[in-house]
Design a protein around this ligand. Structure first.
Ligand code: SD4
Length: 317
């Protein structure tokens, strides 16, 4: 059995290249890292890698992670500036015995020492978004944190190995130095080939309160289906935060077990994910919340076209 599942429609191109490779027997680690790197490289995805949206200081600080479900080795970077593919740096760190999570200047220096390319990650288009948001925030008092999306991809290969990788520019207009859940093992991602893997997207500050990805994997190990684990973790965390913290942000997750069965859960209106397995052709699903349960259906052609137009539309400044 092989399978791959990813947060958000933006993963489609990367997943469509990695899925046939998994079908042909290649390793889950390569499949997820290559698919995430494809999202990082695409300039029109404004929340990951090149073209990602900046901090309130106008700098692009990127977070990424990789975890190998066979060995439980992980590597992660936070606030990485101007390195082409943060996810590849994270994977390289997972091969080190120590220093698994590096941030800021130290992460950048290590990446350069290892031969990763220096690349200016702030694009003119991202700056247009930034200038527009600065003005809107001044005019209308908008929350600077609206708008975000992290790519998280889980792979299962024919040898039974699983891996997960994440990458994000984090929340738009975040403070310099702020790190979300995406490079934090157990919150933004977790993977154990003996059970399965999970990855999250949404407001990192809230996802971390539930150690969301670890908790999903733990529930799958306890016998829940991936869908039960995803729904129960997301909705219990939402209820808990509403009653004890008084508010809750966006929480969305995808997961897959070692048999290639998958689940997705969200507390928002439109969460998309991409999945392909030996049994299921490549599909983009639109997930919606129905009370304490997440339902999903494939997106239609009109949706895909509207999406393509939206991400490339000129930004009116
Ligand atoms: C963060 N979880 O930095 C990320 C942002 C995100 O969908 O996923 N947005 O908090």
């Amino acid at each position: 059995m092989w399978g791959i599942i990813a947060t958000w429609r933006m993963a489609l191109e990367g997943v469509s290249e990695s899925a046939p490779q998994l079908a042909a027997g290649s390793a889950a680690s390569t499949a997820v890292v290559d698919a995430v790197a494809a999202v990082e490289d695409f300039p029109f995805y404004k929340s990951v890698g090149y073209g990602g949206l900046p901090t309130e200081n106008g700098e692009v600080e990127l977070d990424a992670a990789f975890m190998d479900g066979d060995t439980l080795a992980f590597g992660a970077v936070g606030n990485l500036i101007d390195i082409a593919n943060p996810v590849r740096v994270a994977q390289a760190l997972s091969r080190q015995r120590y220093n698994s999570l590096l941030v800021g200047q130290g992460a950048r220096e290590w990446a350069l020492e290892q031969g990763f390319s220096d690349k200016a990650m702030l694009t003119e288009r991202a700056m247009q978004h930034y200038r527009k948001r600065c003005r809107e925030t001044l005019d209308k008092g908008l929350s600077p944190y609206d708008g975000h999306d992290t790519v998280g991809i889980i792979g299962l290969d024919k040898q039974g190995s699983m891996s997960v990788a994440t990458s994000t520019s984090g929340l738009f207009m975040k403070k310099r130095g702020r790190i979300g859940d995406s490079p934090i093992m157990g919150s933004g991602f977790y993977c154990d080939s003996e059970t399965g893997a999970a990855t999250a997207t949404g407001v990192g500050e809230d996802l971390m309160k539930g150690c969301t990805s670890y908790e999903i994997v733990r529930r799958m190990a306890g016998g829940m289906t991936p869908q039960q684990a995803a729904d129960s973790v997301v909705f219990e965390l939402e209820d808990k935060l509403m009653s004890r913290f008084g508010r809750v942000g966006d929480l969305s997750v995808v997961c897959m077990n070692r048999h290639g069965e998958f689940g997705a859960a969200t507390n928002i209106k439109t969460f998309t994910f991409v999945v392909a397995t030996e049994k299921q052709p490549l599909t983009v699903y639109l997930a919606e919340r129905h009370r304490e349960q997440t339902c999903y259906q494939p997106v239609d052609e009109a949706w895909m076209q509207a999406y393509a137009a939206r991400i490339r539309a000129p930004i009116e400044e």
